[in-house]
Design a protein around this ligand. Structure first.
Ligand SMILES: Nc1ncnc2c1ncn2[C@@H]1O[C@H](COP(=O)(O)OP(=O)(O)OP(=O)(O)O)[C@@H](O)[C@H]1O
Ligand SMILES: Nc1nc2c(ncn2[C@@H]2O[C@H](COP(=O)(O)O)[C@@H](O)[C@H]2O)c(=O)[nH]1
Length: 220
């Protein structure tokens, strides 16, 4: 006897949503808003050798580690991807991501284009990638300066890499110009909602449709 459709558990394969951009375009701001507004979404907290910024909280924004510990992560194959970005090392710990996906959560990543390329080679069907562009390079620099979390040297170093970062925009599924943060949030929520509905991610659909088709047609 087939189950009635409404009693079939609606299962979905978790997805990994990647945000990349030149430094300062708004990934962190957008990620925080997205996590507030979208249920079943968990942030991947990276490890980094970078110095903690005054506003950052260890374990929430990053796991701040030294170079020896970073090298141990790499040697033990504990990172899904890793890269040197703007002179520091960053990587995505594997275990929390695997656990989150196994528990039915989607996972959000704030990683650069190098990390995205590595993830593409490993898990392309489960990835949704978004590249965020600033409205202008002048506005990007203004945002980095007014964030007031990095020295003038660091801002200059990041601005010097911005053109190279932007050149990777074609490697992403979706491109967003982050002019207005609320409009950007609406766009990212729409992307995530649509991607969650993709046929191949709804793993219980065959059972659900079989049960629908097994229902008797209504009698006259
Ligand atoms: N749409 C926007 N309009 C104006 N300011 C913005 C907008 N989006 C983000 N900002 C501001 O720009 C600054 C940089 O944003 P954020 O830290 O989110 O960038 P990021 O891409 O995460 O940078 P990084 O790559 O260095 O981590 C912050 O001060 C943030 O408040
Ligand atoms: N490949 C990876 N890139 C990462 C990771 N975590 C962060 N990042 C990227 O680094 C830069 C700089 O970040 P910041 O916090 O120092 O401003 C930015 O582009 C991030 O997206 C990671 O685990 N892997």
């Amino acid at each position: 006897m087939m189950q009635a459709p409404q009693t079939i558990e609606r299962r979905r394969r978790g997805l990994m949503l990647i945000l990349s951009s030149p430094s300062g375009a708004g990934k962190t701001t957008l990620s925080r808003l997205l996590l507030e507004h979208m249920p079943h979404l968990q942030m991947s907290v990276s490890v980094t050798t970078r110095q903690r910024r005054p506003s950052e909280i260890s374990g929430r924004d990053y796991h701040f580690i030294d170079r020896d510990e970073f090298d141990r992560y790499v040697a033990n194959d504990d990172l899904l991807e890793h890269a040197e970005v703007y002179g520091n090392f960053y990587g995505t710990p594997k275990t929390p991501v695997m656990k989150a996906l196994a528990s039915g959560m989607d996972v959000l990543f704030d990683i650069d284009w190098q990390g995205t390329q590595q993830m593409m080679r490993k898990a392309r069907p489960d990835l949704v990638t978004i590249f965020i562009l600033p409205p202008s390079m002048a506005e990007l620099e203004r945002r980095l300066r007014t964030r007031a979390q990095d020295s003038a040297d660091v801002v200059a170093k990041r601005m010097a890499k911005a053109h190279d970062d932007v050149s990777h925009w074609r490697e992403y599924d979706y491109i967003l110009v982050n002019d207005d943060i609320e409009a950007s949030l609406v766009s990212v929520r729409a992307i995530l909602t649509a991607e969650r509905l993709k046929r191949e991610r709804q793993t219980s659909l065959p059972d659900f449709v079989a049960a629908l088709q097994a229902e008797r047609p209504p009698s006259d």
